[in-house]
Design a protein. Structure first.
Length: 320
């Protein structure tokens, strides 16, 4: 039973997660599965495209990014006691969704942003029980600033940091100043670098653009699969929301707010649809559903249904 196996924090579980990620990636390399990359205005895009052109280098870095994100999201929910028992169910949910949407096939701006987002949540969710609140606020804001350099649409994620500050502690003027300093520090380094290389004209590449997304036909298939998995999970998630302790409810509220912000960002980011944008909050909701559902057969059925839909998406993407 897939779900029951991941209801544990034994060492064999993360090893299994890595094995699944590695084997699927090897399969994708040797079968030459190719998905269209989501283009970005970031100055890093040319370097990332160059890395992806070197097949084994791009595939290796993609596996590392996805696996590290997978493990860290498990550490996040376990260290914050968000789940009933310590397990890798949320990690399994993230890996399931990541493989289902082709996240593992190449290095992308969004896969890097997802890793930084998990690290930011790890720092932010330590705020209620830490005496070093100033360093946490600075680090969290700095990570959002870095993510905003990678993708200018991530600037709206500063709302998450500010909501976290207000939720977890008594706010002072110093907290807001520290937050703004942390957020703008990466931009200061960016401007200094552009000045050093006499490339100020590149600043326009970081300006956000807004337009409604365009969805390819094959994307509708994987969207359907995610809806079939996410909607029941969200209903159970909301139904059990009131039973959580106060701090946990605030964390889960931030997760839901994160999902809303990332969904709006995905819709108005322009270009082709990048489902990887919403993987982090979606996987937390789905993972908690796996943890809370009493009839495991329901979770197993939804997993198998998602695998069937995503497999068909692979088939359509491969032969299109």
């Amino acid at each position: 039973m897939l779900v029951n196996f991941f209801r544990s924090d034994r060492t064999v579980v993360p090893i299994t997660l890595f094995s699944i990620c590695f084997l699927v990636q090897i399969f994708s390399v040797f079968t030459d599965v190719d998905f269209e990359l989501i283009q970005s205005q970031s100055a890093l895009q040319l370097s990332i495209d160059w890395i992806n052109e070197i097949v084994f280098v791009g595939a290796t870095l993609a596996v590392i990014l996805v696996f590290v994100t997978t493990i860290l999201i498990g550490v996040l929910v376990n260290s914050c006691d968000i789940t009933i028992r310590k397990s890798f169910l949320v990690s399994f949910a993230f890996l399931l969704l990541a493989l289902g949407v082709g996240e593992h096939f190449f290095v992308s701006i969004q896969s890097i942003s997802n890793l930084l987002l998990v690290i930011m949540l790890l720092r932010l969710f330590r705020l209620p029980n830490s005496s070093g609140s100033k360093s946490i606020i600075f680090d969290s804001s700095g990570l959002i600033g870095t993510m905003s350099i990678l993708d200018s649409g991530n600037v709206f994620l500063m709302i998450i940091v500010w909501v976290g500050i207000v939720s977890f502690k008594s706010v002072t003027l110093n907290d807001w100043i520290i937050s703004l300093c942390g957020f703008f520090l990466p931009f200061l380094y960016l401007i200094a670098g552009l000045y050093f290389f006499d490339s100020f004209q590149e600043v326009n590449n970081w300006l956000p653009t807004f337009s409604i997304i365009k969805i390819q036909d094959s994307k509708y298939i994987v969207l359907l699969g995610m809806a079939l998995l996410f909607i029941p999970a969200l209903l159970v998630f909301i139904g059990n929301y009131a039973q959580k302790a106060s701090v946990i409810r605030k964390m889960l509220g931030i997760v839901l707010l994160l999902f809303v912000i990332l969904t709006v960002k995905m819709i108005f980011s322009g270009g082709e649809l990048s489902i990887t944008t919403i993987l982090i909050p979606t996987s937390i909701v789905v993972g908690l559903f796996f943890d809370q559902i009493k009839k495991v057969i329901i979770a197993e059925s939804l997993v198998l249904l998602f695998l069937a839909v995503s497999s068909y998406y692979y088939f359509v993407a491969y032969f299109s």
